[in-house]
Ligand binder design. Structure first.
Ligand code: GDP
Ligand code: GDP
Length: 434
């Protein structure tokens, strides 16, 4: 599982600057799609061959500027609690402040590994900058400049030293891991209970820590699924009871670990920014997706039309996914989810041979040539598959840096249709040379 690194510090120390630097390389993977607003508080980072998740708690600052916990809002505390490791940022130019001390105290109590980073230190002498921060008793202060990138790589390498490199082994999953995610109160627990009530449960893992999701193996029509339950439904004797509430880190980890994600939305409310951000993260992670619009029971026709157009407008970038209108409470439409989960999983794991991909590519270029950039027209020669879940198609040719975004989207559409990739994001990359 990818480690989660959480950035903490008072406002203006440079958390979002560091966040942007850490996530920059991965950002390029997801094209700007209509309706997609990237959440600048969760993202993917990569150091060497080690992938990790980054959470910037800057987004969790409380609006009110008073109250005991005003330095560390509730969501921040929760993220700290759930972090694999914490980077605590302080400001070299302002020096040590009372707020830093308060935060440091909270972090020490959390028992999580903390790395103290003294930011904005470009052009300053390390020892001098670091000196006063020893007082925080959080180990040796690491002197960095987020804006200039100095010391950042070393910081992350150190923070993640105890976590393994990405396993090179191709995952040979014969059955899908299905994460049920969504913001609080959309009906995740109700849906999981419904699924558990109807299917044969084979195994039920208790969570290891509070942030862990629960893994449930079940069987339906002789097919096997592992549900990843982020809502924290636990078996208590004969009743299922929802205990845990929403957790950002848990949601991100579950999405990462899944092959297919069921995004649960609430038909009684408009699509919110939080819905869109979770959806964006699913896309960024490249996971296959099924959208379940829950609480469809008892809605009048007008409301149904409103929510449908709201979805089409705000979640345009999810048009590759199947939508289901369900009632977890009454059980309607729930069974139908499995067919889409199967389809999305098959699409995500699809094997596409080089000759087939190349044939489709050549036919597509014959129909529409890539547009010229200046005097040069990119020439696309062949394609091969570079990965699955999400499927990655690597297109080889010359002047590939000049392929227009619109043409890339055209090719994506062509591959998607040719290989029946409904339900999964698809990535197309270009490679120069043959
Ligand atoms: P946040 O509130 O902790 O997320 O802080 P921001 O990332 O928004 O940064 C606050 C201010 O500090 C911005 O004006 C940044 O440009 C500046 N800043 C961030 N990192 C550095 C750095 O390494 N050096 C300098 N000189 N300024 C920085
Ligand atoms: P979670 O926080 O996403 O796990 O949401 P819960 O499963 O706890 O549900 C939140 C509330 O919505 C509860 O009061 C449920 O009874 C209600 N609810 C869940 N599913 C449905 C549904 O399909 N229809 C209606 N009308 N209410 C539902």
């Amino acid at each position: 599982m990818k480690p989660t690194l959480v950035l903490v510090g008072r406002p203006n120390v440079g958390k979002s600057t560091l966040f942007n630097r850490l996530t920059k390389t991965r950002d390029a993977l997801v094209a700007d799609l209509p309706g997609l607003t990237r959440d600048r508080h969760y993202g993917h980072g990569l150091v060497g061959s080690k992938p990790y998740l980054v959470v910037d708690t800057g987004g969790f600052e409380p609006v009110a500027k008073d109250g005991i916990l005003h330095e560390m809002a509730k969501q921040t505390l929760q993220a700290v609690d759930e972090a694999d490791c914490i980077i605590f940022l302080v400001d070299a130019r302002q020096g040590l402040t009372p707020q830093d001390k308060t935060i440091a105290e909270g972090l020490r109590k959390s028992g999580r590994p903390v790395f103290l980073a003294v930011n904005k230190a470009e052009g300053m002498r390390r020892e001098v900058v670091a000196a006063e921060f020893h007082e925080l008793a959080l180990g040796v202060p690491l002197v960095i400049s987020s804006a200039h990138g100095e010391g950042v790589r070393e910081l992350v390498e150190l923070a993640l030293a105890d976590f393994p490199d990405e396993e090179e082994s191709e995952e040979k999953d014969d059955h899908p891991k299905v994460a049920i995610v969504g913001r609080p109160n959309v009906g995740k627990s109700t849906l999981v209970n419904r699924l558990l009530g109807e299917e044969r449960v084979i195994a039920f893992d208790q969570p290891g820590t509070t942030r862990d999701s629960i893994y449930i193996d079940l069987e339906r029509d002789d097919r096997r699924y592992t549900l990843i339950d982020t809502a924290g439904v636990r078996k208590r004797g004969k009743v299922f009871e929802a205990i845990e509430k929403f957790s950002v880190v848990k949601t991100l980890q579950a999405i990462e670990d899944a092959n297919v994600v069921v995004l649960v939305l609430d038909a009684r409310q408009d699509v919110s920014e939080q819905d869109a951000h979770i959806a964006g993260f699913i896309l960024e992670a490249g996971r296959a997706l099924v959208v379940a619009i829950n609480k469809w029971d008892g809605l009048d026709e007008a409301r149904r039309e409103v929510i449908k157009s709201d979805l089409a407008r705000k979640l345009q970038f999810l048009e590759f996914a199947k939508y289901h209108y369900i009632s977890a409470l009454q059980g309607t439409g729930v069974g139908g989810l499995f067919k889409s989960i199967d389809g999305a999983f098959a699409a995500a794991m699809k094997k596409m041979s080089t000759p087939m991909l190349t044939r489709v590519l050549i036919a597509a270029t014959e129909k529409h040539q890539p547009p010229k950039v200046g005097p040069i027209r990119p020439k696309l020669r062949y394609a091969h598959q570079g990965g699955s879940n999400p499927p990655l198609v690597i297109v080889h040719g010359t002047a590939t840096a000049n392929v227009a975004d619109s043409y890339k989207r055209y090719l994506e559409g062509v591959f998607r249709t040719a290989f029946e990739l409904q339900g999964t994001p698809l990535r197309v990359q270009f490679k120069q040379g043959s």
